[in-house]
Write a protein that binds this ligand. Sequence first.
Ligand SMILES: Cc1ncc(COP(=O)(O)O)c(C=O)c1O
Length: 496
Amino acid sequence: MKKVASGFLPVIAVDRRAAQPLHKQIYSALRGAIQKRNLSAGEKIPSSRELAIDLRVSRIPVLNAYAQLLAEGFIESRKGVGTFVCTELPGEQLSRPPSTGREIRVPHGPRPLSSNPIPPPFVARPWIFGQGAFAIGQVALEHFPFPTWSRLMARHFRQLQAKFLNFSDPMGSLEFRRALANYLRTSRAVNCEAEQIMIVSGSQQALEVTGRVLFDSRSQVWIEDPSYRLARNALTGTGCEIVPVPVDAEGLDVAAGIKAARRARGAIVTPSHQFPLGAVMTAARRLQLLEWAEHAGAWIIEDDYDSEYRYGAMPISSLQGLDRGRRVIYIGTFSKTLFPAIRVGYIVIPPDLVDRFLAVRHSADLFPPMLYQDVLRRFIEDGHYARHIRRTRQVYQERRNVLVQALKTEFDDSLPVIGSDAGLHLVVTIPRQLSDQEIALRAVESKLWLYPLSAHYLGKRRAQGFVLGYGSAGLPEIRAGVRRLHQLLRKTRRSH
Ligand SMILES: Cc1ncc(COP(=O)(O)O)c(C=O)c1O
């Protein structure tokens, strides 16, 4: 096997005939050297150009490897000076490479594993843990009412009751679920009683439990295309067949779904704010979807992840509230309205399915932790939650306006913007001949985290563009981000 070795320390051996792509080989070699301290903290590493010449490869794989190391916090670039090994290495959790088994010495003897399907390996693409102007899934933490929250936490511990320390209801605390039911009935027009609500660890666990209750390997399940990748992953264990269904300006194309899989067992939808394209499902489509579900005997999973944030128009009522056949499983989360690390979400379950859901949840993790449930109950009952949503809605609306305006001004209206009426992100599209993933990798070099739109698609027809989050960045950062995006796209277009 011919190896091309570099003259640098540490030796990076690249093998063009290996199955592993070049950028991955370079990335792993550098990362390994940093972790073993063969390259020490603060040490300068060669520029991507020098390394490419030395390894006799094109610059692209080196750039990609550097972008990944940069995003994971192994290296940092100092403008006009060069690229250096970071003085502080990132936490083990985020930096752990996907366990391919290749780098790990495997002990002798058989090590049989389950052949049940599991989700695709977790790969920390640079944009997943992105920060700054366009990071997605992040919120305005600086507007979180920390003093109030701390006071409620302190009160919880001061008045600690035995029931908070013991085993408890697999559905979650009844007092908390009552407060939540009130909120959902009023604000989201959800048809529910506290007894139907199950508290879970975010939408992710909600999707996982729901999938286990409803689907099996004979089930076909419609999924919006494009869609939220983690929703798809949550269903993997069921072995069900995922059927991608296109979305348009009216939301999920129900007729296309029927054509593709009329007898599907279920559909996962984001009707209030399609993820990621942002359409609101029209009333006609909602009725068509419910009617199909009724005829097909199918379930609809409504992922209502950020509908509290809608600008310039009335909030959209839930699909669940329209459902007369009790075929909608409604899922919500506090990840957007409060903060993602809270890991509290909920499922509103049709009454006849509560026992099945409860059995599955109980075997997964018994019951949800009490601490946040008790604090959240008080936070809602004392009016802090409604106030916080009102306040942050204004903050996000201003950020959205500034982002839209900056895109208009900087790009002279030439960059199409979609889905900006609600939520904490919008989408811009770029010509199909450009690769959003390549651009996103290059963008990380200038500390710009862009989530490529094409990564959300399942089918072959993928739009190219970026999902731009505006939840966590201040106005100057958003404006500067748009300027950098413009420079980057101009450079990319010129090189095409
Ligand atoms: C479509 C969609 N559903 C759900 C969530 C929230 O997930 P969780 O509650 O697990 O944090 C997100 C967060 O980004 C999302 O984009």
